[in-house]
Design a protein around this ligand. Structure first.
Ligand code: ARG
Length: 589
């Protein structure tokens, strides 16, 4: 479906051609939605750069383009402003016509990609034997949103949860568990240990490892036993992994995140491939020795002193590293899963790691030029003191505690705002609002920046928040409930003409037309906050429309039906957009 921008675009391509001939054959007219609706609906920004290129006054260039522009049926008013902006005001009928097409499309006008791709989104990736804490929430939420957006476009999305379930730390953890079993024969069955215990064990084991040399030796031997597949060691390891996986699943379910057991592909899954990785690098002539370790030097990477920075793939004791596993994982994804693109969502501190992994994959040829590799970095969540977010006691904030508090706070607000809600619904609404607010606060910030965690702000019903958007949806749904109560027939509104008689109606219509493009923008930039801003603008435009344009009490049936149709489309767009963010809506709140 050609969207509005494309229609404007092609008119301008012809105007450019008419004014300047073949010299401008592939010049982009630079069509964009207007920054301010006062000046127009869209604008064309080509005259400034073209003026420079043709060594002519950009305003004159703009005038000439406008003189050659076919306005028939599309533009009401075209004006050159400032240094050479071309402001465009569309005919109401053109907007209405375009919107009618969009509203009849069950994909809301979102274009199918020219080429459907298999895209791996690697996100969440928590570490076994550690409870999920606030540091994991960003990857989980942002990655899930990106996966949803790409799937909505029609790509074949492969979610991968690269669980940290392997490494030397398991030697010490298992050794510690075995010690405990011996010292306290009556200790609960190991199988009964829950994740909180594991976390304590982990801390205790680490302390012992750092202070008790004899334990450290045993722990290292235990790693060897684990790697060699010793039965008792493997059994304990598996128990730890299973316990952790149950915990992660619980968190995903409560967070409404689309990750399940089928998406798990933990680090240990690549163990058997690691020898091949090192051999492959050696065969390609990329492997070097550095202080007993085997490393790869990718050009352009330096340490703080300006020395070439090695990426270690095998330690002197034979052990493999995080990077080795990532090389194996990428190779698997490209060769076995057919990935045309791999997207990694981790915090910004891993940027260099991924840059080196990507460079190595290119050098050795495991990722060909047609495979796109993206690292999607994000900043840190800060407390009100502008330091990394901690509990009042200074500990790490557990994700489960955060989810509990979000729901409790949301419940308190809902109770206060709407005390008459039936009990059964109250809980579901508090869940959607609390979890939604938490996710939205994260997604609505430019992800590369740090942001300050603030309960009051994220749960406010005003401003750029989830509750504000959810409330806009509720407001629209209540119009339809009222219509039903008043026996107003809404069944035929999808077929009734859209009438854009006044500015708020125009504004909401123009905003609705932007949705498909926004989905593409997020898919391309991998920046969810752009979708948040869009939805916020949409909700705000709807709010103004609602204040200015009576719906059920409109002057005549045609106007009423048109407004109902705009309202229905706004509700669908809000719901769909929030769903892409992983946020639920309610009928009431
Ligand atoms: N487990 C890692 C961490 O906690 C994140 C894994 C990210 N994915 C990857 N392929 N390296 O930092």
């Amino acid at each position: 479906m050609p969207d509005m921008i494309e229609q404007i675009h092609s008119r301008f391509v012809r105007a450019l051609q008419g004014a300047f001939g073949d010299a401008v054959a592939d010049t982009d007219p630079l069509i964009a939605p207007a920054g301010n609706l006062k000046f127009g609906d869209y604008q064309a920004n080509v005259a400034m750069s073209l003026g420079k290129r043709l060594k002519r006054n950009p305003r004159e260039v703009a005038d000439e383009i406008v003189a050659n522009l076919d306005k028939q049926g599309l533009f009401d008013d075209v004006e050159v402003a400032g240094p050479g902006f071309i402001n465009l005001r569309l005919c109401a009928d053109a907007i209405a016509g375009e919107l009618a097409v969009l509203s009849g499309d069950d994909h809301l006008g979102i274009a199918r990609p020219a080429q459907r791709q298999t895209i791996v989104v690697d996100y969440s990736g928590p570490n076994v034997a550690k409870e999920m804490h606030v540091g994991h929430i960003r990857s989980t939420i942002i990655g899930d949103c990106i996966a949803r957006v790409l799937a909505m476009q029609g790509h074949d999305v492969v979610r991968q949860n690269h669980l940290g379930d392997w490494g030397t730390q398991f030697g010490m953890l298992i050794e510690h568990l075995l010690d405990k079993e011996q010292t306290f024969p009556d200790v609960r069955q190991l199988e009964d240990y829950v994740i909180q215990d594991l976390e304590t064990f982990y801390r205790d084991a680490k302390r012992k490892f750092d202070t008790d040399p004899e334990f450290a030796i045993r722990a290292r031997k235990r790693v060897v036993a684990l790697q060699a597949g010793d039965e008792r060691t493997l059994k304990l390891w598996k128990m730890i992994v299973d316990e952790s996986r149950t915990h992660f699943s619980d968190v995903y379910e409560r967070l409404n995140v689309n990750l399940n057991n089928g998406d798990l592909k933990p680090e240990s899954a690549y163990n058997d491939a690691l020898v091949d990785i090192v051999n492959g690098l050696a065969d390609a002539g990329l492997l070097q020795e550095s202080q007993g370790a085997r490393v790869v030097f990718a050009p352009g990477f330096e340490d703080a002193d300006g020395h070439p920075l090695p990426m270690i793939v095998q330690k002197s004791d034979g052990g493999y590293l995080y990077a080795t596993t990532d090389l194996a994982a990428a190779r698997h994804r490209i060769d076995e899963r057919g990935a045309a693109r791999i997207i990694y969502v981790t915090d910004a501190r891993q940027s260099q790691h991924f840059a080196m992994v990507f460079a190595t994959l290119r050098m050795v040829g495991w990722a060909g030029p047609h495979v796109r590799l993206d690292h999607v970095p994000f900043g840190t969540i800060l407390g009100k003191d502008n330091r990394p977010f901690k509990t009042r006691q200074g500990g790490t904030v557990k994700l489960i505690d955060l989810l509990d508090e979000a729901e409790q706070r949301a419940a308190a607000i809902i109770n206060q705002k709407n005390p008459d809600l039936p009990d059964g619904k109250r809980e579901a609404i508090a869940h959607a609002v609390g979890i939604g607010a938490l996710k939205y606060a994260d997604l609505s910030n430019d992800r590369v920046k740090d942001y300050v965690f603030d309960w009051d702000r994220m749960l406010a019903f005003d401003g750029n928040t989830a509750p504000y958007l959810q409330n806009a949806y509720v407001r629209i749904r209540s119009i339809f409930r009222k219509a039903h109560e008043q026996d107003i027939d809404t069944s035929a509104i999808d077929a009734s003409p859209i009438v854009l008689g006044n500015p708020p109606e125009r504004a909401i219509a123009l905003q609705l037309l932007q949705f498909p493009r926004m989905v593409d923008v997020v898919a391309d930039s991998l920046e969810p906050h752009r979708l948040c801003n869009y939805l916020y603008d949409l909700a705000t435009a709807y709010h103004k429309f609602y204040e200015a344009c009576p719906v059920l009490t409109a002057d005549n049936v045609a106007t009423r039906n048109s407004r109902l149709r705009l309202s229905a489309l706004a509700a669908t767009t809000l719901r769909t957009g929030l769903n892409l963010l992983g946020i639920d809506v309610n009928e009431q709140m």
